[in-house]
Design a protein around this ligand. Structure first.
Ligand code: UD1
Length: 365
């Protein structure tokens, strides 16, 4: 049996690492081998956004890097489709595994499905119902042609059933992003140059959604409001995504915000674990902070991961800066909700995925 795994952008690397490790552990313990290829589309290409994740998460070198790079939504999607079609026509496979909701996920699924290859979507069924997000369009299009759905929550299962997907195609397995967190927990690493004096005294900030960062006025206003919220010796650590950095002029300065480059996985998770709270517009960080039980304040109007609110430590802030301020006060006085961990977010999702795929594909071959 042969599987082709797709990864293109930073959060994908975190989700595919445990899948590859589960295949390797299957092969070490079983007579029937599963072969795999890893296709890196090259959507993210900076070392800090890609290479370092391969070493931190012990992911083997990709079989091929399609080197598509950046571009408008259509250009990037089209470049991925053309390059991936050329590759997959020469290197067919029994099943394509795509993860998450980035352009690479959607583009490669469409190509594979059109040439008759089965598609498995890890993290299928998430819905924000916000059609202004490119990721929501990617989720809907990918799921409309997916054969096997590996989901992170019951709610995702319900979303798929409502859209007419058969129950027999849906497998709730847990969360591969949490698999990576669990298996790396003891290796989290303090970033060089950040003194211990910061321990427990900082908020961690990440912002990269087009709706927050693509307008410089809104971005600058949000940052200066957040900057003013720090009290005493509190700091706001802000590892800055290239998309966000491109918006900010060189001259912007803030009293309490420390700008950092995009961080390696193990260093970012170290900072997340030790933060007073996380302020973010990321999807994956809402899940990781839930697992770590660190308060998470999400600067979005909606989330495709509602269990991080109903079960976890997350709250939607939107653009309501007075709610943000009030939330920070609640966190400072230790009154933030404790939060729990959603079902099956136990570090074993990828093992379940590989066992199930092996069973499904053996039956169809
Ligand atoms: C992409 C995903 C988003 C995910 C995010 C994680 C889509 C639609 N979006 O958003 O879901 O949360 O990755 O980071 O797939 N750039 C670099 N170096 C890089 C990569 C990007 O400088 O290695 C810059 C380029 O100027 C590029 C911009 O960042 O134009 C945006 O990159 P892109 O891949 O288009 O989307 P992201 O915003 O990173």
């Amino acid at each position: 049996m042969h599987l082709t795994i797709i990864a293109g952008a930073r959060p994908n690397f975190v989700k595919i690492a445990p899948i590859i490790h589960a295949i390797e552990s299957h092969n070490a313990n079983s007579k029937d081998r599963i072969d795999y290829s890893l296709v890196h589309t090259g959507q993210h290409y900076d070392d800090a956004m890609s290479e370092v994740f391969f070493s931190d998460l012990m992911i083997p070198k990709p079989t091929i890097n399609l080197q598509v790079g950046s571009g408008s939504q259509a250009k990037q999607t089209a470049k991925i489709m053309i390059a991936f079609e050329e590759y997959i026509l020469e290197n067919t496979t029994d099943c394509l595994i795509v993860v998450g909701d980035v352009n690479s996920t959607m583009a490669c699924s469409i190509v594979a499905k059109k040439i008759g290859i089965k598609v498995a979507h890890v993290e299928g069924g998430l819905r924000s119902k916000d059609m202004s997000m490119p990721e929501e369009i990617n989720r809907l299009l990918t799921d409309s042609i997916t054969d096997y759905f590996f989901t992170t929550s019951k709610l995702a299962d319900h979303n798929l059933i409502k859209e007419g997907v058969g129950q027999e195609q849906i497998f709730m397995v847990g969360n591969t992003m949490i698999d990576s967190l669990v298996s790396s927990y003891d290796r989290f690493k303090q970033p060089a140059g950040l003194g211990e004096f910061l321990e427990g005294k900082y908020f961690l900030l990440t912002l990269h959604r087009p709706s927050n960062v693509d307008g410089i006025e809104l971005l600058a206003e949000m940052l200066s409001t957040i900057d003013d919220m720090a009290q005493g010796d509190e700091k706001i650590l802000f590892p800055i995504h290239p998309r966000t950095k491109a918006q900010l002029s060189k001259n912007v300065e803030f009293k309490n915000i420390d700008f950092l480059p995009p961080l390696p996985y193990l260093e970012f998770l170290y900072l997340m674990r030790g933060a007073k709270a996380i302020i973010t517009d990321s999807g994956g960080i809402q899940e990781e902070s839930t697992y770590l039980k660190v308060p998470c304040l999400t600067l979005r109007e909606n989330t495709e991961r509602p269990e991080t609110i109903s079960v976890g430590s997350n709250l939607l802030i939107g653009k309501d800066m007075s709610l943000l301020k009030h939330s920070l006060d609640t966190i400072r006085t230790g009154e933030w909700k404790k939060g729990g961990i959603p079902d099956l977010w136990d570090g074993k999702a990828a093992i379940r995925i590989i066992a199930k795929l092996n069973q499904l594909l053996s039956a169809t071959n």
